[in-house]
Design a protein around this ligand. Structure first.
Ligand SMILES: [Ca+2]
Ligand SMILES: [Ca+2]
Length: 255
């Protein structure tokens, strides 16, 4: 029995190592704020540290620590990446909002000509993209009821190939086709917890997010449901994925 427990622990360690290696090897991971200190340090390896406006409170989170956003806190992301065209763009973040009323901006990149914005609006979780016209064309919007509840949830907004998808805990909660295949370059960079300067993909301004936030990541590719489900139910799904990889690597032809 003891041996079996030891073997299981070893296996868990192998899976954890494989996942860590996989995450670090993801060339499309452009930004990762883990909120382990009171600085918006980018731990993706790309050096895109954010500029903190306000004073975060560091609290226990989903992975290590998280930040409490008090309604006067935001992170400005000024790297050129956040102004460049986006053929594919995904953001994922763990949220535990404490205020779902009015407008609570989670992520805003670009603006009302060309942009990508995720927010809470009067009890709904909303995701908008717009492109690429100075006449401010109508955005494409996904809006779903969001109760928030008392538990952390991982929200992901995915854009690419003329498609938008909104996920909560690895499940698609909204889908929308777009007329634009990509988001063009934009003068406004990005912000977390409120808008980047100017306006949003929804067309108007923004508002401060209130509540907890952890593990904010930006990718230059479309995340899929399977990988998003891993962080919600890691052992179950990872074991399947892990075994599939092992078998694929060790089995020369068919099985
Ligand atoms: Ca963390
Ligand atoms: Ca903006």
């Amino acid at each position: 029995m003891e041996n079996r427990m030891r073997a299981l622990l070893s296996l868990a360690a192998i899976v954890a190592c494989a996942l860590t290696a996989q995450a670090q090897d993801d060339a499309a991971l452009e930004l990762h704020l883990d909120f382990e200190s009171d600085e918006a340090a980018d731990v993706s390896g790309n050096g895109r540290d954010g500029a903190v406006v306000g004073a975060p409170t560091v609290v226990p989170g989903v992975v290590g620590d998280a930040w409490e956003f008090d309604g006067g806190l935001q992170i400005d992301l000024n790297d050129q990446l956040f102004k460049d065209p986006d053929r594919e763009l995904s953001v994922r973040v763990w949220l535990l909002p404490s205020d779902l009323d009015t407008m609570r901006t989670i992520y805003d990149e670009g603006g009302a000509w060309t942009g990508f914005t995720v927010r809470i609006m009067d009890g709904a979780l909303e995701f908008a993209t717009v492109c690429c016209d100075a006449a401010h064309p109508p955005p494409e919007v996904i809006s779903v009821d969001y109760t928030g509840g008392d538990e952390w949830a991982e929200v992901a907004a995915v854009f690419g190939q003329g498609q938008m998808l909104l996920y909560v805990n690895g499940l698609v909660v909204g889908e929308q086709a777009t007329d634009w295949a990509e988001l063009g370059g934009h003068g406004q960079a990005a912000g977390i917890g409120n808008i980047s300067p100017g306006d949003t993909a929804f067309g108007g301004g923004g508002g401060f997010y209130v509540g907890l936030m952890d593990e904010f990541r930006v990718y230059s590719r479309m995340l899929d449901a399977e990988e998003l489900s891993l962080s919600v139910d890691p052992m179950a799904s990872d074991m399947v994925t892990m075994w599939a990889r092992v078998r694929a690597a060790t089995t020369p032809t068919t099985w």
